[in-house]
Design a protein around this ligand. Structure first.
Ligand code: FES
Length: 498
């Protein structure tokens, strides 16, 4: 460590590596934004790699700055290394290097805080990385002491060319997007109503119609998770929830499939007999209460129209993952997407149509391995799965609420509103939602039966008595939510984030 050359070598190596890694991080970010790897294994892993590259560039840049300070021949002071225009050596190129470092730190921090930052802020900070990497090129070209060597010039040429090409690709992509969609990106807030236009209607099975919806203002749809549903507001104000069955990667439209319910179900009858292409609908969401968690092996079990959220999951599941679909229904003609799924995924899809095959579905045999089970369909099928599959690997979406209060008398309890510390009493014969609304507390609501998830409220303290059918109780407790339209409290007091 006393060798005066040591820090000189560290300075040069760390600078070059930081520049290379930073450029790769920027290129990787562009590749991610094109989504060409969308089908590759685990998109979260790809994002992690991007963050890792950014973090490595920050660490190498810090090492570069520290080694400059430790190099006995340069002996930079911390002020000279960290504050632009303090030192005498090539003030502008050095200042550009210092500013680029701060931009790099901001980009990396915004990556880590992505979920908490407004998307516009995150995007703005991220775009500044292009400027930073070009500024680094200028810094290295003007202040780098190896700049006269052939190898330095070769590496610099590759990095600068790659950066310029990346910036051009990014500009072309931005131009193409704005050309396709003149309006700004459409923010989908789970509790905000948006107008969507019916762009296509198809009868895709006996009694099942697919409705393709696109934002009426021509904007694009923000990312949504497979398993999500939307709430459609009918012209008379009645709301109906429908699972999305399109590919979450399609940002131009959302698809739902609606089975006509006999005797005439309120929403389905209107959709089948009145709704026409070009009509506009009020839509809330998408909202996801049936998320697809990472797993090595999936078993999807669909009953009839319950195929809808599972079809979106199949589109989203990384291709390297092991998955199977067992799809049961009355008759093949009444089962939407059955032929398409069999054709697209040979060997993975088993269609069990009762008009083609006699006898009961051999569920015990189907459930023999340790796959994570995702199921949606009629109550009887889901109840049977609840008896056969351990709760920790069973994920259900129910269309019809289950009565979970049987045998459990309702008792009074108190709700404390965490933000105002107000305390409300919920009598035994009143729902928590009603007690909140009676006291003037606004909680969004839709189904009122504990299936749609609209009234989701965060629990700050206390023990909920979950009586809804939205997701597993373990999942609700893990993320700390309660659905007050039907759920109550097991503790004397429940503190809600209201
Ligand atoms: S309003 Fe639908 S779950 Fe509460």
């Amino acid at each position: 460590m006393t060798d005066p050359h040591l820090w000189w070598y560290v300075t040069r190596i760390s600078a070059m590596l930081a520049w290379i890694v930073m450029t790769i991080a920027v290129l990787w970010g562009i590749v991610l934004s094109t989504r060409i790897f969308r089908g590759a294994d685990n998109p979260a892993w790809l994002q992690d790699l991007h963050r890792f590259l950014g973090g490595t560039a920050v660490v190498l840049t810090i090492l570069h700055a520290v080694s400059l300070m430790l190099d006995p021949w340069l002996s930079l002071t911390p002020l000279e290394a960290l504050v632009p225009f303090v030192g005498d050596f090539k003030p502008l190129p050095v200042a550009l290097g210092i500013v680029s470092f701060y931009v790099l730190v901001a980009v990396q921090s915004s990556s880590l805080l992505k979920d908490r930052l407004p998307r516009r802020v995150w995007r703005g900070i991220h775009l500044s990385s292009y400027v930073a990497v070009l500024a680094v090129a200028f810094h290295a070209g003007a202040a780098g002491t190896d700049r006269g060597t052939w190898w330095y010039q070769a590496v610099a040429t590759v990095l600068i060319t790659a950066t310029v090409l990346a910036a051009i690709v990014r500009l072309i992509m931005a131009g193409r997007r704005s050309g396709e969609r003149p309006a700004p990106s459409h923010p989908i807030d789970p509790r905000t109503r948006t107008r969507m236009r019916v762009v296509a209607l198809d009868d895709i099975a006996d009694g099942v119609r697919r409705i393709r919806l696109a934002p009426a203002d021509g904007s694009s749809i923000e990312p949504w998770e497979a398993g999500a549903h939307i709430t459609v507001v009918l012209p008379d104000g009645v709301e109906r929830q429908y699972s999305l069955c399109s590919d979450p990667a399609d940002r131009d439209h959302l698809d739902i499939a609606v089975r006509r319910v006999e005797p005439a179900g309120h929403g389905s009858a209107w959709i089948h007999s009145t709704l026409a292409p070009g009509d506009e609908l009020e839509v809330v969401g998408p909202r996801c209460t049936f998320p697809l968690r990472p797993a090595h092996r999936y078993l999807f079990i669909a009953g009839g129209i319950g195929i809808t959220p599972l079809k979106a999951m199949i589109a989203a599941v990384p291709p390297q993952r092991d998955w199977r679909l067992v799809y049961v229904g009355r008759s093949r003609a009444s089962m939407p997407f059955a032929d398409e799924l069999e054709r697209t995924h040979p060997g993975r899809v088993r269609v069990v149509a009762r008009d083609e095959r006699e006898g009961r579905l051999p569920l015990t045999e189907i459930l023999a391995d340790d796959a994570e089970v995702y199921a949606c369909g009629p109550t009887g099928l889901l109840d049977e799965l609840e008896r056969l599959v351990p709760a920790d690997r069973l994920h259900l979406e129910r269309f019809v609420a289950v009565d979970r209060s049987s045998g459990r008398p309702s008792t009074p309890f108190a709700v404390r509103l965490a933000r105002s510390q107000r305390i409300l009493r919920v009598p035994a014969d009143e729902s928590m939602l009603h007690a909140l609304q009676r006291s003037g507390v606004a909680v969004p609501t839709s189904c009122g039966t504990g299936v749609c998830g609209t009234c989701e409220t965060r629990v700050v303290a206390g023990v909920p008595d979950h009586r809804d059918s939205v997701m597993s109780d373990a999942d609700k407790d893990e993320i700390g939510v309660v659905y007050p339209c039907v759920s109550r409290a097991s503790s004397a007091e429940l503190v809600l984030d209201l």
